[in-house]
Design a protein around this ligand. Structure first.
Ligand code: AMP
Ligand code: MG
Length: 407
């Protein structure tokens, strides 16, 4: 039996090697409206305080707190966005709206619901504490404060904050361009009828989606047949256009598994076999410093190895600090079989039930069966060296989607 010349690495060791050879991309500047999901490459500082002036926190009346009068004369209005030429003195009040600057002399706001105004005079409920319903200068943000650190992933709040401190563009790490190539003479396009011996290419579509979900930009290289010239042309094309190349198929031990030798001659193969199921033939190489993931061909193997190795690498390229999915302990809703030969990643649905997390697998775990990934929100991690598991046993799960609440 022919033996692979590549050492069988553990998942952890293979991931370490992948990340070690994955570069962080050079930052670019993008307008705020296009920055969602990107990661900040420069710290963001506030030049001015927020609020920049003492502001009313409520609609009501601006008054002097240290004033014994129970009724005060309303001397005018102060709306948000203007500075009225008014001074509040004991015995007077200014009608004010939320966000308006507090007029000079005033140090408190009485909300409109607590006051009664009649014929230009306002009656207050009693004593007023100084500072009440006033937002002092810098209450939210101090001048000079760093509001976002390098490595922050930009979501709705972060982008609003950037606008608050007055920037229109941010320096961020770009989306990696990821060229995606399927390999195999048996593959046809989804729109094509099947002739004998043919199947439809699904990996290009699942992987393009996985790349987008990980913040990358997929470039479609199509299908390369199992012929050296064709494969070389497509691989060269992908490397020229993209930051990362993702292929599937042609990395096992078959006669036409041509990818490893090709990557070996053009670059360096760092990972050629991993002690995992699915995905043992996972191959990782660099060609002219660009990462190449040659994923196994079976649809589940390609998606699972993408999730475990390519996704963390794409996140690293985009400047993310947290590269790995969260892991939790779950209990098995049923017994499961597990071959102790390799670490196995079984697809499962994890639900929150009766104060705990419970996992049910998605049925047959064959590497060809994409339905085993449909609806799965977790991989159950069953380490090498340990066998079958009983119902109710605790196992580690890697969450790849949202936990469900049992209805
Ligand atoms: P390979 O590693 O090329 O021998 O492929 C392993 C298995 O995955 C074979 O049954 C292939 O037909 C299947 N396969 C490879 N690539 C794809 C693809 N892009 N879409 C669907 N199935 C594939
Ligand atoms: Mg093949």
């Amino acid at each position: 039996m022919p033996e692979s010349p590549y050492p069988m690495l553990s998942v952890e060791e293979a991931l370490r090697i992948v990340l070690e050879h994955t570069p962080v991309l050079a930052p670019v500047r993008v307008p705020l409206m296009r920055a969602l999901g990107r990661v900040l490459a420069e710290p963001l500082q506030a030049a001015e305080p927020m609020p920049p002036f003492p502001a009313a926190g409520k609609d009501g009346y601006a008054v002097v707190a240290d004033d014994a009068s129970t009724v005060r004369r309303v001397i005018g209005e102060q709306y948000a966005g203007y500075v009225a030429d008014l001074r509040v003195t004991p015995g007077t009040a200014v009608r004010i709206t939320t966000g308006a600057p507090l007029p000079p002399g005033a140090d408190a706001v009485i909300m409109v619901e607590l006051a009664t105004e009649q014929d230009g005079w306002v009656t207050l409920p009693g004593k007023v504490a100084p500072g009440r319903d006033v937002r002092p200068v810098g209450e939210d943000i101090a001048a000079g404060q760093e509001v976002l650190a390098v490595g922050t992933a930009l979501g709705p709040a972060e982008l609003g904050l950037a606008a608050t401190v007055g920037v229109t563009e941010l320096s961020v790490y770009p989306a990696p361009k990821v060229a995606i190539l399927s390999t195999g003479d048996e593959l046809v396009e989804p729109g094509a009828p099947l002739r004998p011996g043919q199947i439809r290419d699904s990996n290009r579509f699942s992987l393009a989606a996985a790349v987008q979900a990980a913040g990358g930009e997929p470039l479609d290289l199509g299908v390369a047949g199992d012929r050296p010239g064709e494969l070389e042309r497509k691989v060269a094309d992908g490397l020229a256009q993209a930051d990362v190349l993702l292929t599937s198929g042609a990395v096992s031990m078959g006669q036409l598994d041509l990818l490893k030798p090709l990557l070996e001659s053009w670059g360096t193969v760092h990972v050629g076999r991993v002690r995992m199921k699915p995905g043992k033939p996972l191959t990782f190489a660099t060609v002219r410093d660009k990462p190449v993931f040659a994923l196994p061909g079976f649809p589940v193997s390609s998606l699972a190895t993408f999730e475990l190795f390519a996704r963390p690498a794409l996140l690293k390229m985009q400047g993310h600090r947290r590269l790995l999915r969260p892991r939790v302990q779950v209990r098995l809703a049923h017994a499961i079989r597990h071959d102790p030969e390799r670490t196995e990643y079984q697809r499962a649905v994890v639900v929150w039930r009766e104060g705990g997390l419970w996992a049910t697998t998605t049925g047959s775990q064959a590497s060809s069966r994409l339905l085993s990934m449909v609806g799965a929100n977790a991989f159950l991690i069953l380490p090498a060296g340990e066998g079958d598991r009983a119902q109710g046993e605790a196992v580690e799960a890697m969450l790849i989607g949202e936990i469900l609440n049992e209805p």
